[in-house]
Design a protein around this ligand. Structure first.
Ligand code: C2E
Ligand code: MG
Ligand code: MG
Ligand code: MG
Length: 289
């Protein structure tokens, strides 16, 4: 119902949510029901190589189609799940589902196609984190390079020694790691030189106004330069327009993710899209003077 009534209803509802303990409790119970009854979906959004248009991977994004309220965005229910601890079984479901889907892509002849999974700091911090990843790969007989993990700067903030050790174990396992939402956290640049990571994702908030705001343009160029000097790949997230794409491409961004190419979509649609287009997206034509 909420879905049909649209955006304004949603805002009214979130206002309620922060106001009412009862609402939060209800949502928490609904979350549990969804966990128990398979009420979540995992959607996939392609990452596109800026030179060839080849789909070089996909990010798995959690969806919760609430039976009464319609789609509830992850930005609303993930913090709640983190508060209640439900994030742990939820993360397990996401990893399980992603691994199963990766397996299905592989039997469809797309060997070693990588899927990126967002990792909650609460999950990462657990002592069994690396072994839980290893166990999933084993259970689905997947090579480690098929699974990439996205962590935010927040993960890197505390307990540096622990974090470096864990990232080292992941690297040894062969699982790649990206820093998500780069530029929005509070971490020092110092960590970048020490951490065994592979990729940086420029936050959507910079990409959004990269054409109209010269500060965002400057920061974006600096992030790309920094990453490349450290031999890291750079992905731009939230690329919506051709001019954003061209700005980023001219400034040597490696990979692109955003509505310009595709929205996140159900697995079935994603695998059809991969096959139908031969694993490529159409790149925008260069502007002519
Ligand atoms: P994120 O990891 O930075 O994911 C990218 C977000 O940008 C996604 O929002 C995606 O739908 C959106 N997006 C992609 N391209 C565009 C675009 O061109 N324009 C605009 N306006 N948005 C675009 P989504 O799916 O709502 O997810 C929000 C955040 O929730 C994610 O940000 C991630 O931090 C978190 N999240 C999503 N799924 C999971 C999950 O399975 N586990 C955990 N722990 N967090 C998740
Ligand atoms: Mg992400
Ligand atoms: Mg991101
Ligand atoms: Mg983001």
């Amino acid at each position: 119902r909420a879905k049909r009534e649209g955006r304004s209803t949603w805002h009214a509802y979130t206002a309620d949510l922060s106001a009412s303990v009862a609402e939060r409790l209800a949502l928490r119970n609904d979350l549990q029901t969804a966990l128990d009854d398979g009420g979540f979906d995992l959607h996939y959004q392609p990452l596109v190589d800026g030179h060839t248009g080849r789909i070089v991977g996909a990010e798995a994004l959690l969806r919760w189609p609430h039976p009464v309220r319609g789609q509830i965005p992850p930005s609303h229910f993930i913090p709640l799940a983190e508060e209640t601890g439900q994030i742990i079984p939820l993360s397990d479901w996401v990893l399980e589902t992603a691994c199963r889907d990766i397996g299905r892509l592989r039997t469809g002849n797309l060997s070693d196609f990588p899927v990126m999974v967002n990792i909650s700091p609460l999950h990462f911090q657990r002592s069994d984190f690396v072994s839980s990843i290893r166990a999933k790969l084993q259970a689905y007989a997947l090579p480690a390079k098929c699974l990439e993990l996205e962590i935010t700067e927040g993960v890197l903030l505390d307990n540096a020694a622990h974090t470096i050790a864990k990232l080292g174990e992941l690297k040894e396992l062969g699982v790649r790691v990206s820093i998500d939402d780069f530029g929005t956290g509070y971490s020092s640049l110092n960590y970048l030189k020490n951490l065994p990571i592979d990729k940086i994702k420029i936050d959507r908030s910079f990409v959004n106004e990269v054409i109209s705001d010269r500060h965002d343009a400057a920061i974006t160029k600096a992030i790309i330069g920094l990453a490349h000097h450290l031999s890291l790949k750079v992905v731009a997230e939230g690329v919506e327009t051709e001019s954003q794409f061209w700005f980023l491409k001219r400034n040597f961004c490696d990979e692109f993710q955003g509505y310009l190419f595709a929205r996140p979509m159900p697995f079935a649609d994603f695998s059809i899209r991969l096959r139908e287009r031969g694993g490529r997206e159409v790149l925008p034509e260069p502007y002519r003077e």
